[in-house]
Write a protein that binds this ligand. Structure first.
Ligand SMILES: Nc1ncnc2c1ncn2[C@@H]1O[C@H](COP(=O)(O)OP(=O)(O)OP(=O)(O)O)[C@@H](O)[C@H]1O
Ligand SMILES: Cc1ncc(CO)c(N)n1
Length: 281
């Protein structure tokens, strides 16, 4: 039995390296877990936007999942860009077949420039097949609105949206706050099916280098749970990981640049005070 936890990301490739499979693998490596990956689609993408999407066929996804399931002990897995209903169905089928237990579903829908990374007609498949298997679902605010069919504009509607997402069968949900209105803070709202809820709050970093924040956050969460952390402890580390990655930007590309996946472990911050995360019950 290997000492290093093995994790899996099922997601799209981002040729620009800031989001998708590439963000996940970098984050997993930084947090000390062994990363395997199943590619659902190849995107031609940079910091300016998505130029093209080449989805994998059902068989290609199935055979990658089978190769992983037959050989690896997957302690936790994360799903990202799944693109269409058949990829969602294959993913759910194999999660059940290989009895993978800790499942982080990042319901990726639309890239920053507006490209659809999930077909609109696949939202129903996501709700039906994948959310019931999720240990944690991590929508951003627009994704949570699509999943629950209501607008989120305050703490009350955010809570209602989270309850609706739990009602689809997920064990817990984190509605990420990157798209929130407050210019000074970002709040990630956690709700567990037990009714327990927490707010993870940090200073909002004033930066355009935000490409792949959601993937990176969900990957850090997955890595921590693979190492044995509970959901709340894992969210706390994930929030600190993305806070550091946003604080120490790399200044790469002419558009929405990638975050710095090495910053958390390096422990360096150019703007120290902005790095803390507070938790409210
Ligand atoms: N400007 C910011 N300052 C601090 N934290 C941020 C900022 N933007 C996003 N975050 C944090 O990053 C994480 C991801 O949130 P966000 O809502 O941006 O996800 P996302 O829209 O799915 O990201 P993406 O589509 O770029 O992958 C959350 O923990 C959120 O609080
Ligand atoms: C492949 C891929 N997955 C997820 C996102 C969302 O950040 C993206 N831009 N590209």
């Amino acid at each position: 039995m290997s000492a290093i936890p093995q994790v899996l990301t099922i997601a799209g490739s981002d040729s620009g390296g800031g989001a998708g499979i590439q963000a996940d693998i970098k984050t997993f490596q930084e947090l000390g877990v062994y990363s395997t990956s199943v590619i659902t689609a190849v995107t031609s993408q940079n910091t300016l936007g998505v130029n093209a999407i080449y989805p994998m066929g059902r068989e290609a996804v199935q055979s990658q999942l089978q190769a992983i399931g037959e050989d690896f002990q997957i302690a936790a897995l994360k799903t990202g860009m799944l693109f269409n209903a058949e990829i969602i169905e294959e993913t759910a089928y194999n999660i059940n077949r290989f009895e993978w237990g800790i499942i982080v579903v990042d319901p990726v829908m639309i890239a920053k420039g507006g490209a659809h990374l999930l077909r609109q007609e696949a939202v129903a498949a996501l709700k039906q097949h994948l959310l019931p298997l999720a240990t944690v679902v991590t929508p951003n605010i627009p994704e949570a609105e699509v999943l629950c069919g209501m607008a989120i504009d305050d703490a009350m509607t955010r809570r209602k949206a989270a309850e609706k997402i739990i009602s689809y069968g997920a064990e817990s949900v984190v509605i990420k706050g990157g798209h929130g209105k407050d210019p000074y803070v970002t709040e990630d709202f956690y709700l567990h099916q037990s009714g327990e809820c927490l707010l993870f709050r940090s200073a909002r970093i004033d930066t355009t280098e935000t490409h792949g924040t959601g993937c990176t956050f969900a990957a850090a969460l997955t890595a921590e749970m693979a190492k044995g952390a509970g959901i709340k402890e894992a969210i706390y580390v994930a929030k600190r990981f993305i806070q550091a990655a946003l604080t120490d930007g790399l200044h790469i590309g002419a558009g929405h640049g990638p975050t710095n996946h090495a910053a958390y472990k390096a422990g360096v911050s150019k703007r120290e005070g902005e790095n803390s995360v507070e938790i409210y019950g």
